[in-house]
Ligand binder design. Structure first.
Ligand code: HAM
Length: 420
């Protein structure tokens, strides 16, 4: 019987893997530009980390975790997100005692037992950043500017940035009570999910996708109106910093995010047109998380982008995909294979992307293959070339052919590639 990849997972094959390289390059370069350095954490953690960090009333912890008992009877979970692991690592290595803020980024697979559809997988990839140790509204702005900069560099223009403040532990507590009192009389009109969770987590009713829930709670008190002075000021400063730096956003009263650790600033980026799962990224401040992970009271803020969704939004990869090599060495007669391989090695050692055929293709088929690989130049090696000690270089675009001496070939190819 044939064994297939598990539902919600997939293989990344060439040429698609080039898209990933391209995306990862932009993500890493932009993070470095803003002073964020890479952290790599384990793919599985103690289940308790996510229960405590992400929160027991969240969908992630309740329904979506890949949890298993290992051979020593420990409960472990494949990470559903990266923030809790970063907070754990900060505490474990006592980095809160060092130079602050600590600014990290990560790239890697995450796992959620979600219903697979376009843009939603069970193993997916996130790029995330986390900044620990500053409560300044300007670092909130920095993180959001970094997110927007990434989208700009990728050439994504039609994104929508939604922003809200979910308050601190004090004002949110009051707001929760207010919201529960508002919802209780209309609870029977809510969807089954909201009906069962509104007592524990009333804020989730605000971002329920079900239209009936929205109608039932129309006119609800907003969290913005319940913010304490400090939270209101913080939010105003974040907004001003974004305005000052030319970042457009929309204040969104319904934005509450699906993870429990958020405090104050919360944001999400949507790209309409990539399907029902239009949220390409989201994040916010989480001032209580480090303490929850056993550390001191250290604030934090960050975001994560869904890489599959970013790739869905990008459709300008054709050129990139086609060009798998720059130079193709076409050996016209089998007995000269050894010379062809030597030229190939010289090219590669000189840092030139080069390739050849290894399946005995005819000269005509080799030219077709070179074209398929996207080669700009083909080095032809036949009897005439070997006997008279030169090489023929064909420009695949102009179809021009020139004779070049063996000793000059590397310099010649480099010059040609520069102008092409
Ligand atoms: P999140 O909103 O749960 O936040 O996930 C961030 C992004 O990951 C989403 O916007 C989406 O693009 C992508 N994503 C989530 N689930 C899936 C899935 N099943 N398939 C494909 N893509 C998915 C977090 O994970 C927080 N840790 C973000 C954060 C960092 N907050 C502060 N720091």
């Amino acid at each position: 019987m044939q064994v297939k990849a598990p539902r919600g997972t997939y293989d990344i094959l060439p040429p698609d893997s080039s898209k990933w390289h391209y995306l990862e390059k932009i993500l890493r370069e932009t993070a470095a530009l803003f002073g964020y350095r890479e952290i790599r954490t384990p793919v599985f953690e103690h289940t308790e980390l996510f229960e405590r960090g992400v929160g027991e009333s969240t969908d992630i912890v309740n329904k979506e975790m890949y949890t298993f008992i290992d051979k020593s009877e420990r409960s472990l979970t494949l990470r559903p997100e990266g923030t809790a692991s970063c907070a754990r690592a900060l505490v474990e290595h006592s980095l809160y005692n060092g130079l602050l803020p600590v600014k990290w980024y990560y790239i890697g697979p995450m796992f959620r037992y979600d219903r697979p559809e376009t843009g939603r997988f069970r193993q997916f990839h996130q790029f995330g950043v986390e900044a620990f140790g500053s409560n300044s509204p300007y670092i909130d702005a920095e993180v959001i500017i970094l997110l927007v900069e990434i989208l700009n560099k990728l050439g994504l223009k039609n994104y929508e940035l939604h922003l809200n403040s979910v308050g601190c532990s004090v004002c949110r507590k009051e707001y929760r009570e207010k919201l529960i009192s508002y919802i209780t009389p209309v609870k029977d009109r809510l969807c089954p999910d909201c009906r069962s969770r509104y007592q524990k987590n009333p804020l989730r009713v605000l971002d329920c996708k079900n239209e009936a829930c929205h109608q039932a709670i129309a006119g609800y008190p907003t969290i913005y109106d319940s913010l304490c002075d400090e939270c209101r000021e913080h939010y105003a400063s974040v907004r001003k910093a974004l305005d000052d730096n030319g970042v457009s956003y929309k204040h969104d009263d319904n934005l509450v995010r699906g993870l429990d650790y958020y405090t104050n600033t919360a944001f999400e980026v949507h790209i309409p047109g990539i399907g029902a799962q239009s949220a390409v990224g989201g994040g916010g401040r989480y001032n209580g998380l480090v303490k929850e992970c056993g550390g001191p009271d250290v604030p934090g803020i960050g975001f994560a982008l869904g890489m599959e969704r970013l790739l869905l939004a990008l459709d300008n990869f054709d050129d990139l995909n086609k060009r798998m090599t720059d130079v193709f060495v076409a050996v016209m007669e089998g007995q000269y294979e050894d010379i062809g391989v030597k030229i190939l090695t010289d090219l590669r050692r000189a840092g030139i992307r080069a390739d050849k055929d290894y399946t005995g293709k005819s000269p005509k088929a080799q030219m077709k293959y070179a074209d398929k690989l996207g080669a700009k130049l083909v080095i032809l090696l036949g009897e005439d070339e070997v006997k008279n000690r030169f090489l023929t270089v064909r420009n695949m675009k102009t179809k021009e052919q020139v004779k070049v001496g063996h000793d000059e070939i590397i310099d010649f190819i480099k010059r040609e590639l520069e102008v092409s």
